[in-house]
Design a protein around this ligand. Structure first.
Ligand SMILES: [Zn+2]
Ligand SMILES: [Zn+2]
Length: 761
């Protein structure tokens, strides 16, 4: 029998954790559990580096928050699982100054238990006050206009504190000592309820009660929250959810939910230990939870997440949400206040304009939101947390490096954009901006790209961007006064995953996503890149095929299927009517010309498009209403009891090519014999994991990073990790930084920094 595998976790805890007995507490727990490593105070917060058997380690991490010393308050808890380091004992290390001098701006923090208790206590002067906060909780990044973090530099500036609040603010023994957003019903922000034309209907608590009533009546409420507007409807009302979909022009993409309590949530969803931690954490993200099929079926309409075995759920995080959800007592849809593909609205007059025709009522307040902040999305993968959308609760916390970098601004790619800025040894990553498809999104991008350097008072010496010549972000970089550094898309993915896992080259990067501009001008997306010091070698990729219509294929998986079949059968394809059923005669003719004449049919090695092709071939989905929908449905069709994989081949060469033809041929045979879709989908996923293992063997590199949007697929990630470990490799994956393009900016900075270093001796 093998001994349990040693795992290592690095945790940065921020908040009131220094000088309250937190380090001795960590030391006692770690030694009781026979864990090894160290704990220390740093400018970053309390840093814990600990290793031991996986299960014990996870138990320890859960205990840290649940059983912390009474005076310790955690405002942020960031954990990453890293490569084991071979510590022999656990120790409290001397506090040190590691040069991480950059100013730390905290993210917005969910209401603490003390503040929540106060707003529900009829005897408290903050009873039912929706803007209650204290030193331990409340808005931060969303209200800061400039540094230092003083009230005068926040959007709370316009509210003069009343004598009682002022006393709290100046009393070192008070929980509100120097709490910059401190406020109460006498002196702080107030609620108003508006009708769809902006006419004021009611004020203060009456506004909240009437807003709740409108939700009960099936209306759509636009609520001005912490980082912008949310659209809220009764999640149990089919007509209300349907109306929201129609008005928001969002056909099938799942909506996020907010549930009144964890207890109520458990009736509908399965909640594991780490998932519970995430739900109740100061970050308070939307957590993807598996629907509990045996549950009582709380009143959640199937239209909230059609055909989806997961629900994205959060718990109330601001006092306003606590009051509203307590009043309602049932779960609501709580989705970003925008039209599909646009950034979230933050200003109430702008909201009135942009959400016209969507919201029936507006619940607003007079505390300005300085920068937009969507709700973050996270899930548990391989027993660890993974952030899929990094915004409220996480941004702008940095990734801390061992050595300082030159000041570089990175502008990301095109979808799920975020920007990043290096300052000293920290790389600050902005909140999620979104897809740069609309004028409003472009404006939000430009604003954020200007905001970070201004806030941290750092003038970029270089601007890192994608290699794609047509991205708005690339053009922005070219127009910036500082020199621009284009970075290959998938290499940026690999570097981001390496940075958050603290890995040095050489590392084999498996970067699988929808599309990225390759160094040879073709569309990449199924890449094996060997990171080697300064740059990378493309050591392998999935076999290419032509994509009829190029980008149009994103919304039509059937086009990917046609491209794959044409690659296999060539001209013979047009005689095989049984595989052309998804196309009309005219369509088939049009695509035939595109493919044969190679017009508007770019070559791609994209893994994302291979997912699409398979989904279409097996009849699961021919058209998608959002990118990745077909891949999601393939993941939902997984049956963990199905074993085995399809055959494939690796063709030698530079780079090596993974040939999926044997897999597709056998899959077609399975389709003709009417094999279960679950059988085919599971074997497809298993084959992809075997391809990764086979390429790892070919290159012989021990350490593997899994990155790119395809690794948002939980089964694919977990299966690849499991198979790589069984085969003697060390896999790493994303935890704090999204595997999708939200992580690109981080990798771009690392690449640009090493390019600059290479040029300046
Ligand atoms: Zn508080
Ligand atoms: Zn006051």
């Amino acid at each position: 029998m093998n001994a349990p595998r040693t795992e290592r976790a690095k945790v940065i805890v921020r908040g009131a954790v220094q000088g309250v007995g937190f380090r001795p507490f960590v030391y006692r727990r770690a030694t009781e559990l026979h864990l090894r490593g160290w704990v220390l105070n740093s400018a970053q917060g309390v840093v814990i580096d600990v290793e031991g058997a996986g299960d014990t380690l996870r138990e320890f991490l859960l205990q840290l928050e649940k059983e912390k010393p009474p005076r310790a308050v955690i405002q942020s808890f960031e954990c990453s699982f890293l490569e084991a380091s071979g510590y022999e004992r656990f120790e409290i290390r001397e506090s040190h100054d590691d040069g991480g001098k950059s100013v730390l701006i905290l993210p917005d923090i969910a209401a603490c238990p003390d503040c929540v208790a106060e707003i529900f206590d009829p005897g408290n002067r903050r009873h039912r006050y929706p803007f209650t906060n204290c030193t331990n909780c409340g808005p931060r990044f969303s209200i800061i206009e400039s540094l230092p973090y003083d009230r005068a530099n926040t959007s709370m500036r316009k509210f003069a504190m009343c004598p009682e609040c002022d006393r709290e603010y100046h009393d070192p023994l008070d929980r509100r000592f120097h709490a910059q957003p401190n406020a109460c019903p006498h002196c702080g922000p107030q609620l108003e309820l508006w009708d769809a034309n902006g006419a004021v209907l009611s004020h203060r608590d009456e506004a909240l009660l009437k807003a709740a009533q409108s939700i009960r009546e099936g209306r759509i409420l636009a609520l001005k929250g912490v980082g912008g507007f949310q659209l809220i409807v009764d999640a149990g009302s089919e007509p209300a959810v349907m109306r929201l979909r129609a008005r928001k022009r969002r056909e099938e993409k799942p909506f996020a939910l907010m549930a009144p309590s964890l207890a109520l949530l458990r009736e509908d969803c399965e909640v594991s230990g780490p998932e519970e931690r995430l739900l109740l954490s100061p970050e308070s993200p939307i957590v993807l939870l598996r629907r509990n099929v045996k549950g009582k079926r709380l009143r959640i309409s199937l239209l909230v997440a059609p055909g989806n075995p997961y629900l994205g759920v959060m718990l109330p995080y601001s006092p306003l949400h606590h009051l509203l959800l307590a009043e309602l007592g049932f779960p609501v849809v709580a989705t970003s206040g925008n039209l599909s593909d646009e950034p979230i609205c933050i200003d109430q007059d702008e909201a009135l304009e942009r959400l016209r025709g969507i919201a029936d009522f507006f619940l607003v307040h007079d505390r300005p939101v300085v920068r937009h902040m969507d709700d973050s999305i996270a899930r548990v993968v391989c027993g660890c947390e993974q952030v899929l959308r990094r915004a409220r609760g996480y941004a702008p916390l940095p990734v801390h490096l061992k050595t300082p970098l030159p000041t570089i601004l990175a502008v990301g790619a095109h979808v799920k954009t975020s920007v990043a800025l290096s300052a000293g040894a920290d790389i600050f990553i902005s909140q999620h901006i979104g897809d740069l498809e609309t004028g409003a999104a472009h404006a939000a991008f430009r604003q954020t790209a200007a905001d970070l350097p201004r806030l941290y008072d750092a003038a970029p010496k270089a601007v890192a961007c994608d290699m794609h010549p047509d991205y708005l972000t690339t053009r922005f970089a070219a127009g910036h006064p500082a020199p621009s550094h284009p970075v290959q898309h998938h290499f940026a993915h690999v570097l981001a995953c390496m940075a958050e896992n603290e890995l040095e080259p050489p590392v084999l990067g498996v970067a699988w996503d929808g599309a990225g501009f390759g160094t040879d001008g073709t569309v990449w997306g199924g890449e094996f890149l060997l990171a080697n010091g300064g740059g990378f070698d493309r050591v392998g990729h999935l076999r290419q095929f032509r994509l009829p219509g190029g980008d149009a294929a994103v919304k039509e998986p059937r086009r990917s299927a046609l491209g794959v079949l044409f690659e296999i059968f060539g001209d013979e394809l047009w005689d095989r009517d049984e595989w052309l059923g998804a196309f009309s005669k005219q369509e088939a003719l049009l695509f035939k010309q595109m493919l044969e004449k190679k017009i508007n049919a770019p070559l791609t090695s994209s893994a994302g498009r291979l997912f699409d092709a398979v989904a279409a071939l097996i009849g699961l989905r021919q058209r998608a209403s959002f990118e990745g929908q077909a891949a999601m449905e393939l993941e939902f069709a997984i049956d963990p009891d199905v074993a085995g994989a399809y055959p494939f081949a690796i063709r030698d060469g530079v780079p090596r090519v993974i040939d999926w033809q044997p897999m597709i041929l056998e899959m077609m045979h399975d389709v003709l014999r009417c094999a279960d879709i679950r059988f085919i989908s599971t074997r497809f996923h298993n084959t992809l994991a075997e391809m990764i293992v086979a390429m790892a063997r070919e290159t012989g590199e021990h350490r593997i990073v899994l990155t790119g949007g395809c690794f948002q697929n939980r089964y694919l990630t977990e299966r690849a990790v499991e198979r790589l470990i069984e085969s003697g490799f060390r896999p790493h994956w994303h935890q704090r930084i999204p595997p999708n393009d939200g992580g690109i900016a981080l990798g771009q900075i690392i690449a640009a920094a090493s390019a600059i270093r290479g040029k300046i001796p």
